[in-house]
Design a binder for this molecule. Structure first.
Ligand code: NAD
Length: 384
């Protein structure tokens, strides 16, 4: 098969779906790999490195997409800024794509994938089962985001993280509150601890307390209405307004004591819950910092502006949406491994896809002119 890797067309994207040292994984299985010229520029990999690794370099993205049997991509197809055409229209009819596709937020794209009989696999729907952990790009990218969020805090905060006992006096450690302790949150806790901060965290899922404590952080106990908070696959369920109001009160009680907050709370497929209101920001000391990892899903802080850094009442609120793009080399390394593992799972029997396989079936959004994923089908048929 011809496996193709474009240069990501999203502004500010630095990641690439395959690094040069991953090309041989495909060529040794008798596949050809074609890459768009410049695809590795964000990770400092030149066309000649890709060529030496066995890839064919293609200058024209239309030629690349027209040759494709399988397209390996990071971001969902979009309006191509140079071609001024939707990328799906440039794809060869009947080819396949593997990548993040955000199908629930992108109904038009789903229709186009159906029309052009594209077989599409979305990382967002890789089932969260043990066997699929090596294909879980959501978790890989959340790990990078959690790490980077701490560095953004450290960079902006006018304080140092660790306790320092110096001849000029004792400096207390910075206090960091992490809200939401899933993959990104746990990595943020671990990173802030490594830098020496005092870390507190909260997540409504019952299993999380022990995970937070095992990283040396304090779990913030909250008196909240009893609700079923755990959905399938490890995700949290959407909480009631009463639950969120109580949670906001409990967070509010901590605000005078924290220097920084990293928010990561998300509900799969829904808008992120508001955990910090405008009023609550006023209770924070001027100079404190919020990094809102949920910015793209609407944000956990009411004042977050997606992809902006804003200052309100002296508090800096950072809403950077693509944190993994700030660490492109390791993000691409992890992503590339995830994409290779998903590719191998989907095409383990050659070009025939086994839709009885839980991972291939679960992650498939469209195939042969049909929507394969129930949640996406419901959204498209409901016209929502
Ligand atoms: P996510 O990105 O959907 O959400 C991030 C966190 O926000 C979650 O921990 C969630 O509980 C939390 N949250 C939701 N509402 C909140 C609120 N009101 N206040 C505070 N926090 C709130 O989730 P994720 O990080 O991708 O994954 C969550 C969990 O899924 C993981 O911790 C893990 O247990 C599980 N998981 C399992 C696998 C696997 O088995 N293969 C892979 C990845 C993750």
């Amino acid at each position: 098969m011809k496996i193709v890797v474009p240069k990501e067309s999203l502004a500010g994207e630095t990641r690439v779906a395959l690094l040069p040292n991953m090309i041989s994984t495909f060529t040794k299985d008798k596949h050809e790999v074609w890459v768009e010229s410049g695809c590795g520029s964000g990770v400092c990999c030149s066309d000649s490195q890709y060529k030496e690794a066995g890839a064919k370099i293609v200058q024209d993205v239309s030629e690349l997409y027209q040759a494709a049997d399988v397209i390996l991509k990071v971001n969902p197809p979009r309006l191509h800024p140079q071609r001024n055409r939707d990328e799906v229209e440039l794809f060869r009819e009947g080819c396949a794509i593997i990548g993040f596709l955000a199908p629930l937020a992108n109904q038009k794209m789903v229709h186009k994938l159906v029309e052009r009989k594209i077989t599409s696999f979305a990382f967002e729907y890789v089932p969260r089962i043990t066997r699929a952990q090596s294909m879980d790009a959501l978790s890989s990218m959340a790990t990078i985001a959690g790490y980077k969020a701490v560095l953004l805090v450290a960079n902006r905060l006018g304080k140092i993280f660790p306790l320092l006992m110096t001849a000029a006096g004792t400096i207390p450690p910075a206090v960091v509150l992490v809200l939401g302790a899933g993959v990104a949150g746990l990595q943020a806790i671990a990173t802030a601890k490594r830098l020496g901060a005092k870390v507190e965290a909260f997540d409504p899922r019952p299993a999380v307390k022990e995970q937070v404590q095992s990283l040396g952080a304090t779990f913030v106990e909250m008196e909240l209405p009893k609700e079923d908070v755990q959905a399938a696959g490890g995700y949290a369920k959407e909480q009631s307004d009463a639950f969120l109001r109580k949670e906001q009160e409990a967070i509010g009680a901590r605000l005078g004591k924290v220097d920084a907050i990293i928010t990561t709370a998300q509900i799969f497929g829904k808008k992120a819950p508001i955990l910090i209101t405008e009023e609550m920001v006023k209770k924070m000391w001027p100079g404190s910092v919020i990094v809102d990892i949920a910015a793209e899903q609407g944000g956990n802080c009411a004042l977050t502006e997606a992809d902006q850094t804003v200052e309100r009442d002296g508090v800096t609120i950072i809403g950077t949406v693509n944190l993994p793009a700030a660490i492109p080399v390791d993000a691409s390394l992890m992503y590339g491994k995830n994409i290779i593992n998903l590719f191998r799972n989907v095409y383990k029997s050659g070009t025939t896809i086994d839709f009885n396989d839980e991972v291939s079936k679960g992650s498939c959004i469209t195939h042969n002119g049909q929507i394969m994923n129930d949640a996406v089908k419901k959204m498209v048929e409901g016209g929502k």
